[in-house]
Design a protein around this ligand. Structure first.
Ligand SMILES: Cc1cc2nc3c(=O)[nH]c(=O)nc-3n(C[C@H](O)[C@H](O)[C@H](O)COP(=O)(O)OP(=O)(O)OC[C@H]3O[C@@H](n4cnc5c(N)ncnc54)[C@H](O)[C@@H]3O)c2cc1C
Length: 179
């Protein structure tokens, strides 16, 4: 079966975040209004994977959480660049390496939490098969959502492995704050 990609719109190509096509939930269907363009092999496709705006986004608290996460991701990137730059210039920077692990793993978890919130019940309970490489999902269900629950549970480990975040905080306190 041919699937096409419904990303680009007139006026939203490189700047995909500005796309305007909307999907409104009507019972168990979505009513899609808007335009897509550049749809390669669209004339043969039976299905289309479409990027659209929904009302998940109209929820102010959800929007705030996305914005906060974005700020934290950018801040983490800056921190990584600072560590790399210090390493390059021969300065000692290992004392804040623990911070990268703490912030990075917490962000990973928040990211998967927001994915679960966005997809709601469609994330489904944990599915063993979804952990297998090459798993394609159950065609009767929206396959793109199925691995979310598995990913969410899998990310719970990140604040424990690689040195638990509590231990990392102790190390940062001792090496940076000297307490
Ligand atoms: C053959 C082909 C097949 C495609 N198939 C599909 C498909 O199947 N499904 C789908 O959804 N899309 C598809 N696309 C669309 C493709 O993803 C877009 O063309 C691409 O993202 C660029 O967007 P745009 O054409 O709107 O150009 P614009 O975003 O309008 O860009 C115009 C020019 O400005 C430059 N530019 C824009 N922003 C910046 C910036 N911030 N900094 C520097 N330069 C910038 C670009 O590099 C470009 O040269 C296809 C495109 C082509 C050419």
């Amino acid at each position: 079966m041919w699937w096409s990609q419904g990303y680009s719109e007139p006026g939203s190509g490189s700047d995909l975040a500005s796309l305007k096509c909307r999907a409104e939930r009507q019972g168990d269907k979505y009513l899609v209004n808007g335009q897509k363009t550049w749809t390669t092999l669209g004339q043969h496709a039976k299905m289309i994977f479409c990027l659209v705006r929904t009302n998940v986004w109209d929820d102010q608290r959800f929007r705030d959480q996305i914005a906060l996460l974005e700020v934290d991701v950018v801040a983490l990137e800056m921190l990584v660049l600072r560590v790399l730059s210090a390493e390059k210039s021969g300065k000692q920077s290992l004392d804040i390496a623990g911070l990268l692990k703490i912030r990075g793993s917490e962000i990973q978890q928040r990211y998967t939490e927001l994915m679960m919130l966005a997809a709601g019940p469609l994330t489904r309970p944990f599915i063993w098969e979804a952990m297998e490489a090459g798993w394609q999902g159950d065609m009767a269900l929206p396959a793109a959502n199925l691995p979310l629950a598995g990913t969410y549970f899998n990310m719970r480990k990140t604040t424990i492995y690689g040195g638990s975040n509590e231990v990392q905080r102790n190390i940062v306190a001792q090496t940076v704050l000297g307490s």
